[in-house]
Design a protein around this ligand. Structure first.
Ligand SMILES: NC(=O)c1ccc[n+]([C@@H]2O[C@H](COP(=O)([O-])OP(=O)(O)OC[C@H]3O[C@@H](n4cnc5c(N)ncnc54)[C@H](O)[C@@H]3O)[C@@H](O)[C@H]2O)c1
Length: 260
């Protein structure tokens, strides 16, 4: 149901010779992003805490004629992140692009959020992206490449029952801007995308608390449908490409007009 298109036709080849790491590559937006980079000629490290899923995405890229490797990595673990980035650079000899897609989400009444749940959300969604950026930056500085982080419309506007998720995604938006101004003079570009409701397995985790009406939340865009993973992947690839050389520190909303 959530299979992504492979873009074998009418697709550009903007990443030939480039090496890319995509986190969260086992599923949803990360899977679609890894496949998009693979279809555009990149050598892709498909990283995920789900090792089998990461390898399955890499295998699909290879079967479609691309180059890819699976890599197990929990982005919230500093040692695992350092090892995964070092392995990726060792395998492909360089690193041009980091796409930070891995993330988790859930609706919960704030009074019911445990300390552990709050910390887990922040450590995967925000600290995980920071750790990946920190480990990747020395390599991306050498290739003068680009980083694309995945935030959310929940990082730009309020969502009920989402204090931890909103805090983590708002953090990604501002971390992206901070890195963009820190590294812009060295030629790096660091941007983020802010998807609205996208049809991926993550959506199943966003169940409203008991007794809360669906009217509390509108996830449908004026286009009358949810987004598809490849529609976010295309924006991530654009931001990482030389079609976007004057876009830096931006938060690109990909929500079909939901928060317009
Ligand atoms: N689907 C949406 O509507 C939506 C909207 C806005 C933002 N996003 C963001 O997009 C990103 C991708 O979400 P998705 O919808 O594709 O979800 P998904 O559940 O389909 O994929 C998320 C992937 O991240 C991986 N992951 C989770 N924890 C990890 C960890 N600690 N280390 C490494 N990998 C880990 C999972 O194994 C999974 O493969 C997330 O950051 C999410 O917050 C999604």
């Amino acid at each position: 149901m959530f299979h992504s298109r492979l873009y074998r036709e009418n697709v550009m080849n903007r990443f030939a010779g480039r090496a890319v790491i995509v986190t969260g590559a086992a599923s949803g937006i990360g899977e679609a992003t890894a496949k998009r980079f693979g279809a555009e000629g990149a050598r892709v490290t498909c990283a995920d805490v789900n090792e089998a899923g990461a390898e399955a995405t890499a295998a699909a890229i290879r079967e479609a004629g691309g180059q890819a490797r699976g890599a197990v990595c929990d982005v919230s673990n500093p040692d695992a992140v350092k090892a995964a980035v070092a392995d990726a650079v060792g395998a492909y000899g360089q690193l041009d692009v980091l796409a930070n897609v891995a993330g988790i989400g859930a609706f919960q009444r704030t009074t019911e959020v445990t300390f552990e749940q709050w910390n887990r959300m922040l450590s995967i969604n925000l600290t995980g992206q920071f750790l990946m950026c920190q480990a990747a930056l020395p390599h991306i500085l050498k290739t003068v490449g680009a980083i694309v982080n995945v935030a959310s419309v929940a990082g730009l506007k309020s969502h009920p029952y989402s204090a931890a998720y909103c805090a983590s995604k708002g953090g990604v938006v501002l971390m992206t801007k901070a890195l963009a101004v820190e590294y812009g003079r060295k030629g790096l570009r660091i941007n983020c995308v802010c998807p609205g409701g996208i049809e991926t397995p993550l959506i199943a985790h966003f169940q409203l608390p008991d007794g809360v009406s669906q009217a509390a939340l509108s996830r449908i865009s004026p286009l009358g449908r949810m987004g598809l993973p490849h529609e976010v992947a295309g924006t991530i690839a654009f931001l990482a490409s030389e079609d976007a050389t004057y876009i830096n520190g931006a938060s690109i909303v990909v929500d079909g007009g939901m928060i317009a």
